[in-house]
Write a protein that binds this ligand. Structure first.
Ligand SMILES: [Ca+2]
Ligand SMILES: [Ca+2]
Length: 190
């Protein structure tokens, strides 16, 4: 149904008391690469992400735009996780949630390539894919191009994230959110 891209670098076993949680990663295509990686944040063991919201700075005309600044996932025990978030813009008021208790299993992303001496914004939008292929939207900006859909392996669901955010450049050109890694988990039945 979807093309699967930018595949997986590694597979690790993560032992949590009696649980065995397999972890895989799906990543944004690094068309830009400014800033620092934040901490990995994860849903609690045995839980998965069911929805998200985004933080986006509206277009500011001739000034220095940053577009998307952050993403927050909500897990199925209501825990919220966000890694590193930029200081500009506003969060969507509510979370977009998969219907029928489904989990997140992939994403697509709109990213603007380097504009050279022009005004860069890096990541502009993310849409999250539910396991039944419902596509969730939140706040978006409209520069750049959409990536292909990037999905977790079968039976894996999104359970964590890590974001790369460029710190304030002062009077320079800010981009805020650049790249994202999503963690995909599968709980081996004990
Ligand atoms: Ca620039
Ligand atoms: Ca900018």
């Amino acid at each position: 149904m979807f093309k699967v891209s930018f595949w997986i670098i590694y597979l690790v076993f993560f032992i949590n008391r009696n649980d065995c949680r397999l972890i895989d990663v799906i990543k944004s295509q690094p068309l830009v690469n400014w800033g620092n990686w934040g901490p990995t944040e994860s849903c609690s063991p045995g839980h998965f992400a069911v929805g998200f919201r985004s933080k986006v700075e509206p277009s500011i005309g001739r000034g220095d735009d940053t577009a998307m600044n952050g993403i927050e996932l909500i897990c199925n025990d209501q825990k919220k996780i966000s890694s590193l978030v930029g200081p500009w813009g506003n969060w969507a008021e509510s979370f977009s949630i998969c219907p029928n208790g489904k989990f997140l299993t992939g994403f697509e992303m709109r990213m603007e390539r380097s504009q050279g001496k022009g005004d860069d914004t890096a990541t502009n939008a993310i849409r999250m894919i539910c396991e039944d292929f419902n596509i969730l939207k939140s706040k978006e900006s409209s520069w750049g191009e959409w990536s292909m859909v990037n999905l977790c392996p079968a039976k894996f669901f999104i359970c964590g994230l890590k974001t790369q955010v460029e710190p304030s450049q002062g009077k320079g050109d800010d981009t805020s959110l650049n790249n994202i890694i999503f963690y995909c988990c599968y709980d081996v039945p004990s």
